[in-house]
Design a binder for this molecule. Structure first.
Ligand SMILES: C[S@@+](CC[C@H](N)C(=O)[O-])C[C@H]1O[C@@H](n2cnc3c(N)ncnc32)[C@H](O)[C@@H]1O
Length: 247
């Protein structure tokens, strides 16, 4: 019988509930593919960093029933991401990524089998495709590990921006992360990004998370996330990257 749970919980709660969905790259690409490269990617709330490899995956876009394939220069990737998209947003090339970095309160190491088993355990049992994608993306990331740091995104992102290589376009992005922050901390991030006018800031977050972005959307959101660039709403995305509709 346990009398005092507070003695036990710190030992039990060694992990946090986390997901990392590489398929969200399909809805970041409409923006990333149109930026002048080379790109330095910095992800806030990166988890294991699997969204830092948009140039290493293959995409099979469905443009109103027409198939459009996009593969790395080296040929089709072992990770193939399907996504419905409108013609205006269809990416036609993969970005040239020269640096990959990220921050997370609990960054996961793709080379650590136990940590990857934990991410696997958090995928719903019937979501076989997501599980396969997780394993494939983790193998790709392990071959070329990103620079992941532990810490709150508000304090760590400026440090990472400073470390980005000269001559690259620096992109800070986050996906399904700000919902975990208090509203005042979300606003601190908005102000932080304003302080770096040369950095491209991409947000992919749920409705209401950034009210000033949500207010720009005139179409039904229907559970989708809003992709914005430097605070301007640009598209509506399926929560796991299944679809992208331009705004
Ligand atoms: C739902 S996961 C999304 C992971 C990844 N962005 C993706 O799209 O697959 C949210 C991540 O945000 C991280 N996170 C939450 N609050 C954070 C904060 N204040 N600073 C840094 N990371 C944070 C969590 O640890 C978790 O890894």
């Amino acid at each position: 019988m346990i009398d005092n749970w507070s003695d036990v919980l710190p030992a039990v709660m060694v992990r946090s509930t986390q997901t990392n969905e590489a398929a969200r790259c399909a809805v970041l690409l409409p923006v990333l593919s149109r930026l002048e490269g080379p790109l330095s990617l910095i992800e806030a709330g990166a988890s294991a960093g699997l969204c830092l490899y948009p140039d290493r995956y293959s995409y099979r876009y469905d443009v109103g029933g027409r198939a459009a394939a996009l593969d790395p220069d080296t040929g089709p990737s072992s990770v193939v991401i399907p996504c419905r998209i409108d013609g205006a947003a269809l990416p036609t090339q993969l970005p040239d990524v020269v640096w990959r970095a990220g921050a997370d309160l609990f960054p996961l190491d793709v080379t650590d089998q136990e940590q990857m088993e934990w991410l696997d355990a958090l995928v719903w049992p019937e979501h076989e495709e997501r599980r396969r994608r997780l394993h494939g993306a983790a193998r790709i990331a392990a071959a070329e590990p990103a620079h992941l740091v532990r810490g709150d995104l508000i304090t760590t992102i400026p440090e990472l921006i400073d470390q980005a290589p000269d001559g690259s376009t620096v992109v800070v992005f986050h996906s399904a992360v700000l919902v975990y922050l208090q509203p005042e901390d979300r606003q601190r991030l908005v102000e932080l990004m304003r302080a770096f006018p040369r950095v491209v800031w991409i947000s992919n977050e749920g409705a209401g998370v950034l009210p000033a972005v949500t207010d720009q959307v005139r179409k039904p959101i229907n559970g989708r996330t809003i992709v914005s660039v430097n605070g301007r709403a640009r598209g509506l995305a399926g929560p796991h990257g299944q679809s992208y509709e331009s705004l």
